[in-house]
Design a protein around this ligand. Sequence first.
Ligand code: SF4
Ligand code: SF4
Length: 388
Amino acid sequence: MLYNRLGKTNLEVSRLGFGTMRLPTKGSNDEIDEEESSKMLTYGIENGINLIDTAYPYHSATLEGRGNSEIFLGNFLNENSYRDDIILSTKSPIWAIDKKEEFDYYLDEQLKKLQTDYIDIYLLHSLTEPDWYKVKDLEVFDFLDDCLSSGKVKHVGFSSHMEVDYVIEVLDEYPKWEVVMTQMNYFDEYYQSGVMGLNYLKEVDVGSMVMEPLRGGSLVQNIPQAVQDLWNVAEVKRTPVEWALQYLWNRDDVDCVLSGMTSLQQVKQNIETASKMDEISDYDHEIIREVAREYRQTVGNKCTRCGYCMPCPHGVDIINCLTEYNIAHMLNDPKASAMQYFTLMDDDSRADSCVQCMECLPFCTQMLNIPEELEKVHEYFGSEFDHF
Ligand code: SF4
Ligand code: SF4
């Protein structure tokens, strides 16, 4: 494993961080497969991963619910005496906070769930422009000051899907920010805060944690032939996962790449990739740019499969509806995707079950108008497989 300094925290973090929002489950999202997940985390820690990231709602049964990821992680770290060996990162569910005292309420609950006295990195979760103004009104800086002085939290920051101007505004308003988590991969260089945001973090020495390195798997699954042809002409042969991860690790403004791993095999492969120096040449950078261009021409929507919009209270399988639509466009094979759409999803979870209640809208990290996207999905696939 290779390690980077996480900005002014001065923590030495493994450049691969373990995200715990997509742990294997035994069915529903809140039923973590604890045996398999424990094996994955043990392998990760024993092979050099020292940063584990979770959040209040990860693996919950409802949209705003109390997730099981923190509970599972607390048990796992306690039972295996790993707590002091790792850097633990979790997040304040700011969308659920309407009163000043609720900041403390959630932090104390999270400390209990995680069975620890301190959190190494505490982030305001998925900060948006309206949330930013809300938490400022609720005197969030006083809360953060108190967290740091009490020792309950060692370093504070925020995770964000905002545009770069907002990220800079937030950073400039509080001198104690030490870490920011943003979305980045070779497809999203100019999306959200993108490259400019990472450059700014480097300039002000704030540690960067990157999410969505594989864009929810869309950069590494169902590779279109045109993309594979581009990879084939590269000087060094790499798998799509290696391309996506090494692209990030070749950037000097990326400190830690978080991967929400779902199987032991993925953990092993990612650790192997994270453990080798693999310099990307100028020629290979050109190929990466070409691949991004190719994907941009084909993608149907910008869903990253992050799952923040799930579960839909009306049972719509938002992620898989949007994914099948994307795959159909990327591979230009509507029939194959329609087959998946109609066989893997039941009647009640397809796009036409959306009642446009709008409850999912505030949760989309990519600012998608989900009901509108679902309408497109329904228009594309229709109500029955027969017409394909
Ligand atoms: S708008 Fe549609 S997809 Fe979103 S929560 Fe409501 S029913 Fe579910
Ligand atoms: S629709 Fe938005 S919130 Fe839901 S999985 Fe896709 S990107 Fe994430």
